[in-house]
Design a protein around this ligand. Structure first.
Ligand SMILES: Cc1cc2nc3c(=O)[nH]c(=O)nc-3n(C[C@H](O)[C@H](O)[C@H](O)COP(=O)(O)OP(=O)(O)OC[C@H]3O[C@@H](n4cnc5c(N)ncnc54)[C@H](O)[C@@H]3O)c2cc1C
Length: 382
């Protein structure tokens, strides 16, 4: 019996680390194993933007100061596809922390809490009556599959990935910027919309910069992906010369699959939880990981229904909101109207930040204000 783990977590990114941390936080005697095919620290293609909302999650996990030594960034500037602009101070500061640092700290925190961390690339899974066996060697009562966008675990349990129309692809690199640059900037592009570039200064004289677009729009160009992504990045941020360019898929939440099967719970990118409006996924990885870890120890006999229920409570309304907004955002004019409204009304700016980076929803009167501006601008253009 000693060889049976209460929880095995596959993947040590934010989702997996959160699951492991939460399980031990709620049940300090739980036997929790965290497997990752990489040793930490490891790089991950990402914008490194850690939204203020993530810090709420870190606090819930009992590690509120994990990134307290990194410079907070309050200013956010957005240029819409049609050229509307907003530049404002966020209600709460965001951070930019290279994933090489952020993820390693999360895994270290899990280790310090008694989680056993092993380097192991999971390739197979067997389902027994009351347990799961990974690669014929690791037996666990519950498994959190947090192995990222191209999740092997998701495939092994027979859950389909996000369809291409709900998948984005983005490239990121690092470039020199003035050390006092502390504005997080987003430059949207009409051509191939939805598409945008970003510059997220880290605070050490470098910035994480990148460009992302929907996969079908990239394919429609008929050009090699690398040429399109690198070319658009250079076009939108011509003054910067990035190095360490690296691209990855982003499974967007409108294409999210069911969040698991039997005793296997999918979390983070493996559960397709990336915000379709912004490409942010770390917050949703932390929330879903925490809830999966919680279900593994609180509802050990049958964790998936408990996980599903709590996930729905935490993110259900938000996900339905972004499903609808992602449809409306297919029209660049809608985003122009939203950014234009945000530039005039600070409460709309704050709300867009909450919807784009956290679990925010849109109250009907505000949605109507944006729609009215959208219609009015369409009428003016005619
Ligand atoms: C270019 C780009 C920019 C982005 N920018 C941002 C941003 O600025 N802010 C933001 O919030 N989100 C951003 N995202 C999204 C964010 O990166 C993801 O949502 C987030 O990393 C999801 O975390 P995760 O823990 O689910 O998966 P991951 O961070 O991908 O971690 C998965 C882990 O699983 C391991 N693994 C994979 N397969 C196996 C296996 N078979 N066995 C064992 N281990 C395995 C991997 O080694 C990895 O450590 C961006 C994404 C991209 C591609």
């Amino acid at each position: 019996m000693n060889d049976v783990w209460d929880l095995a977590v596959v993947g040590g990114g934010p989702a997996g680390a959160a699951a492991a941390l939460r399980a031990r936080q709620l049940r300090p005697d739980a036997r929790v194993l965290l497997l990752d095919r990489a040793d930490f620290p490891r790089d991950k293609a990402c914008g490194d933007g850690i939204a203020a909302h993530c810090r709420d999650e870190l606090a819930l996990l009992g590690i509120p100061d994990l990134i307290a030594d990194h410079r907070p960034a309050r200013r956010l500037a957005v240029v819409s596809p049609g050229g509307a602009r907003v530049s404002a101070t966020s209600a709460r500061p965001n951070h930019v922390v290279p994933r090489r640092v952020f993820d390693a700290r999360l895994v270290d925190a899990a280790r310090a809490r008694g989680v056993e961390v092993r380097r192991h690339h999971v390739r197979s899974l067997a389902v027994l009556d009351d347990r799961i066996v990974l690669d014929g060697t690791v037996t666990a009562r519950a498994v959190v599959a947090a192995d990222g966008a191209n999740s092997t675990m998701r495939r092994l349990i027979g859950v389909s990935p996000a369809p291409d129309r709900h998948t984005a692809i983005a490239v990121r690199g690092y470039a020199d910027v003035p050390a006092d640059d502390d504005v997080q900037s987003i430059f949207m592009q009409q051509d191939g919309w939805p598409a945008y570039a970003w510059s997220f200064p880290i605070g050490d004289g470098t910035a994480n910069i990148g460009f992302g677009m929907l996969l079908p729009r990239l394919r429609a160009t008929g050009l090699p992906g690398r040429e399109v992504l690198h070319g658009r990045l250079a076009e939108l941020l011509p003054q910067l010369s990035p190095h360490d360019l690296r691209a990855h898929h982003l499974p967007l939440s409108p294409g999210r699959p069911r969040p698991g099967s039997g005793r296997v719970m999918l979390a983070g990118d493996a559960a397709g939880l990336i915000n379709p409006l912004t490409g942010e996924g770390i917050y949703y990885a932390l929330v879903s990981g925490r809830l999966a870890g919680e279900a593994a120890v609180r509802a050990a006999a049958d964790p998936l229904p408990a996980y599903r229920r709590e996930l729905r409570k935490a993110l259900g309304r938000h996900l339905r909101t972004t499903d609808v907004l992602a449809l409306a955002a297919q029209s660049p004019g809608f985003i122009d109207a939203a950014i234009d409204t945000a530039a005039r009304r600070k409460e709309v700016f704050d709300l867009l930040v909450d919807v784009g980076l956290g679990a925010g929803t849109v109250p009907l009167p505000l949605a109507l204000a944006v729609v009215r501006r959208w219609i009015a601008s369409g009428v003016r253009r005619r």
